[in-house]
Design a protein around this ligand. Structure first.
Ligand code: AMP
Ligand code: MG
Length: 396
């Protein structure tokens, strides 16, 4: 089915509704080694105290503060405690040499750093100053107590969270599922990097780019393939993709040419191909095959990535439990003009002065795209803006 021009907002809502089933997958448990960038599905309480036992914050001497009531105090050294040793007992009037992380002995209540001490001729430690109880002693449970909240559900796990989970001895955590995404690039001109470019051929950049975009936004990329503009080959690839993925992204083959393999194949299978009032990325399509949603993006590399940013990124992030992609309102550093009646997404660069839009608008400029770090989001009803005007930018 083909219908008329659709606004970006309408198509966003259509895509969001199509991709809502991605949110309903069950929680899974993953080992900590695979938990980076996953989203916690449940609150995690600390199963043990941190620190688990009272230990020394310094290399030095464990003492009883009362034994230093008159200084200098000269205390015989009872022995040495290394990190990993079991807890010992400090005899009255003695000091125990202790290393950072070793259990503070029973009876001791302070640690004197080694640099504040000296050893006399008889092997006793000489302490020149008094010390308050608790000095350089890390008490059990002062970081977090057993049973207290450690990390809330919804936390997107970074290295610091993995540290906390490992510190309390957890080996696996419940996480939100990652949507499985398959990517099919179409075009008889495409060659996978590593192959030889023949006449009229180009390397496939959309496949790797969309795979990277999907992974960066919480998806598990399960299949990346490309096919010629051949309906039989495309159908075969699609049949496989819908078996292994929760969402299929395609690029190319949705315009008005003679060999539009995506449109020609999916159109008769209930696909909907529309012209969205945006630039780049106007030709958009959606379909559902065997219950699996398919988003079809145009083939120009800039159009494909803008399509991903506008339509796939928000839905994938929501499904993975990620916060919305960042955007900012910033001043323009230069005047710009924009097409009438289309929401325009211009490549630009952000610095402390604001955003500078690129001059070359061609959707094929893939090397140029690599130098952009934002998309300026110019509303459909705006045709010109001046330096200093505020614009919304989507952070790439
Ligand atoms: P299409 O949307 O199939 O008409 O393609 C539009 C333009 O994008 C053509 O110049 C294609 O060669 C180019 N193109 C299509 N797919 C890719 C791809 N996967 N990687 C790089 N360029 C592509
Ligand atoms: Mg094509």
């Amino acid at each position: 089915m083909t219908s008329g021009r659709r606004s970006v907002e309408e198509h966003e809502q259509h895509v969001a509704a199509l991709l809502r089933p991605l949110h309903e997958k069950n929680t899974s448990r993953v080992p900590l080694a695979h938990a980076l960038h996953r989203t916690l599905a449940e609150n995690i309480d600390a199963p043990i105290d941190l620190p688990p036992f009272r230990n020394s914050q310094m290399d030095g001497y464990a003492v009883r503060a009362d034994d230093l009531s008159s200084t200098p105090a000269i205390l015989p050294v009872q022995g040495v405690l290394a990190a990993g040793d079991a807890v010992a007992a400090l005899a009255p009037g003695h000091a125990l040499k202790i290393m950072t992380g070793a259990p503070v002995p029973d009876g001791a209540d302070a640690v004197i750093p080694v640099e504040d001490t000296r050893i006399d001729g008889a092997g006793s430690v000489v302490l020149e100053r008094r010390v308050t109880p608790g000095t350089y002693v890390r008490e059990a449970g002062t970081d977090v107590r057993a049973g207290e909240p450690l990390l809330p559900a919804g936390t997107v796990l970074a290295a610091r969270h993995i540290a906390a989970l490992a510190a309390v001895g957890l080996t696996a955590v419940p996480v939100r599922p990652r949507p499985r995404v398959a990517i099919i690039s179409t075009g008889s001109e495409l060659v996978t990097a590593g192959g030889e470019l023949g006449p009229g051929q180009i390397f496939n950049s959309n496949g790797p780019a969309l795979a990277a975009s999907a992974s960066a936004n919480g998806a598990d990329v399960v299949d990346v393939d490309h096919c010629h503009d051949d309906p039989d080959e495309f159908v075969k690839m699609l049949d496989h993709a819908v078996k292994v993925a929760d969402l299929v992204l395609t690029s190319g083959g949705v315009s008005k040419g003679d060999f539009e393999v995506v449109k020609d194949t999916l159109g008769p299978r209930g696909g909907e191909f529309v012209s969205v009032a945006m630039q780049p990325g106007g030709p958009q399509g959606t379909a559902v095959i065997d219950g699996v949603p398919i988003l079809t993006f145009p083939g120009n590399p800039v159009s494909a990535l803008v399509s991903f940013e506008v339509f796939a990124r928000p839905a994938l992030r929501a499904a993975a439990g990620y916060p919305p992609a960042p955007s900012r309102i910033v001043p323009l550093t230069a005047d710009l003009t924009s097409v009438a009646d289309r929401r325009q997404f211009l490549r630009g660069r952000l610095d402390e002065n604001g955003v500078t839009p690129f001059r070359g608008h061609g959707s094929h400029l893939v090397a140029g795209l690599a130098t952009a770090d934002v998309l300026l989001d110019i509303p459909a009803d705006i045709t010109s803006l001046e330096a200093g005007d505020l614009v919304k930018v989507l952070i790439l």
